[in-house]
Design a protein around this ligand. Structure first.
Ligand code: NAG
Ligand code: NAG
Ligand code: NAG
Length: 460
């Protein structure tokens, strides 16, 4: 008995979540689609057009997150209004990686998605597929390509099943009733490190899509880099663990700037010595898909607590609500009730400072909800409060610039958070509010989210 335990223990250790002892990691350039240095930046859009696209993209993303929350089958969406799937990533951050070896090798831009797990691209032959550049990946030309069999441990669950020749097929349905179908595969991925050099990772499991009715504009990223919490995620795969340590980190700069950012893995994750790193548990649920849910308990305006009814940010047993950290959303979205409480606290605070009543948003901010005229000759830094999100075990302080959209041209500022009216949707900490905080998503031991205020433009 003890003999077999001794034999199996190393096997168990090898497949469970172990941080490798050797110092290894890598960093990818993290590309902001709103940055002028993004290869997909559209200089023709006006600021207002760009802003409206952000809000439209957020609405699509929220529906995607809602469908994750309560099951896609229950969400009905007019496909002409928003296409989910790849286009729900319209404005999410991107990374570039090389896929395959030999003649098939190709660098591709993919959307980073912490809300889904399977990395996928389109592969030859592909009927029907959306048009893309560069050409489709051709598995036949890559000596390292392997199609995985139906008995592969990842070939389980509603999205996977046996296909012809007993190969593992996946079929991902999106809430707009489009789908992507293909073969679960493994391949060598090459990551061009932003620190210089390349890092090659063999046997990365990904989806080779051979059929999709997802519509996507030509010239954008061609697939998804899944960093969700399920086992087929790049961050969960044991074959990637030697270089990822099962953790990744980013530190976002102001959207639309041309300051470089990195998506870091494993031992490439460092913290400035002065950073006060705090951590909160990533919440896991026995039912439903997994995302980076955290336990938001309270908020503060400067040093004054804002109290919410208990459970305001909890996910209920039927999967409604909750609170996720999601860089695929630009702004932060609060459940309607919580939003009203925060809004009232702000209105009272500005009343006490004799600010005129709220005005409709002007210019690009016309769809934001709570806006004020900036009094002449007042420094926004003195007028505008900071805000803190209190998570169980970790405080996330936000400087006023991460709370308000300040438009000096329009002499106006608006709360850069919005209410979410669909009670099924989770609340979301979006990218705008994540700026100048370094986050580390550590999926070891059930999951931990670490965070610290960092000047991301000059920090790590
Ligand atoms: C921007 O406009 C120019 C001139 O009309 C056009 O040639 C170019 O394709 C446009 N760029 C994009 C990304 O739409
Ligand atoms: C789906 O919708 C039905 C009918 O509206 C409802 O009874 C059920 O609870 C919903 N399921 C989920 C997971 O929200
Ligand atoms: C969230 O944190 C609060 C305070 O620490 C705790 O009482 C509550 O049970 C936690 N909720 C969840 C879902 O873990």
């Amino acid at each position: 008995m003890s003999y077999s335990v001794l034999i199996f223990l190393p096997v168990l250790l090898a497949t469970s979540q172990i941080i490798p002892k050797t110092k290894q990691g890598f960093s990818l350039n993290l590309i902001d689609p709103l940055s002028p240095v993004s290869p997909f930046f559209n200089p023709n859009l006006t600021d207002t057009e760009r802003f409206n696209r952000i809000l439209k993209s957020d609405r699509g993303r929220l529906r995607y997150l809602t469908s994750l929350n309560v099951g896609a089958s229950n969400i009905s969406i007019d496909p002409t209004e928003i296409r989910l799937g790849l286009s729900s990533h319209d404005l999410s951050y991107m990374v570039m990686m090389g896929i395959g070896t030999g003649a098939a090798f190709q660098n591709y831009y993919l959307h980073l998605d912490t809300g889904s797990s399977l990395t996928w691209i389109q592969c030859e032959p592909c009927h029907p597929c959306f048009q893309q550049q560069p050409p489709l990946f051709d598995p036949l030309n890559s000596p390292t390509y392997v199609s995985l069999m139906a008995n592969h441990p990842y070939c389980q669950g509603p999205d996977y099943g046996p296909g012809p020749h007993n190969v593992c097929y996946f079929s991902m349905f999106y809430a707009d009733r489009t789908s992507a179908d293909g073969i679960l595969s493994s391949e060598t991925f090459t990551f061009p490190s932003s620190q210089g050099g390349n890092i090659q990772v063999p046997n990365v499991v990904f989806g080779c899509t051979h059929l999709t009715d997802t519509v996507y504009p030509l010239g954008g990223p061609v697939g998804i880099f899944g960093l969700g919490l399920e086992r087929e995620s790049f961050i969960s795969q044991p074959s990637c663990a030697p270089v990822t340590g099962l953790r990744f980190s980013y530190c976002l700069v102001e959207p639309g700037s041309n300051i470089p950012m990195s998506l870091r893995f494993g031992d490439d994750i460092t913290w400035p010595p002065v950073a006060r790193v705090q951590q909160t548990k990533i919440l896991r649920f026995s039912t439903g898909p997994i995302h980076y849910y955290v336990n938001l308990t309270e908020m503060s305006l400067d040093d004054t607590r804002i109290y919410f009814p208990p459970g305001t940010f909890d996910r209920d047993p039927s999967g409604r609500g909750g609170f996720v950290v999601d860089s695929g959303c630009h702004f932060t979205y609060l459940p309607q009730l919580a939003y009203r409480i925060v809004r009232n606290a702000l209105v009272l605070r500005f009343q006490a400072r004799h600010l005129m009543p709220p005005v409709p948003g002007r210019g690009e901010a016309e769809e934001l909800d709570l806006c004020y005229d900036l009094p002449p000759n007042v420094d926004p830094q003195i007028l505008l409060p900071s805000m803190t999100f209190h998570f169980a075990g970790a405080d996330l302080p936000l400087f006023y610039e991460q709370v308000f959209h300040v438009d000096m041209h329009e002499q106006q500022f608006c709360l850069a958070m919005l209410p979410e009216t669909d009670v099924r949707a989770p609340g979301v900490l979006g990218a705008f509010q994540q700026v100048n905080t370094q986050f580390e998503f550590d999926t070891c031991n059930g999951g931990t989210l670490r965070m610290a205020t960092v000047d991301c433009a000059h920090g790590v």
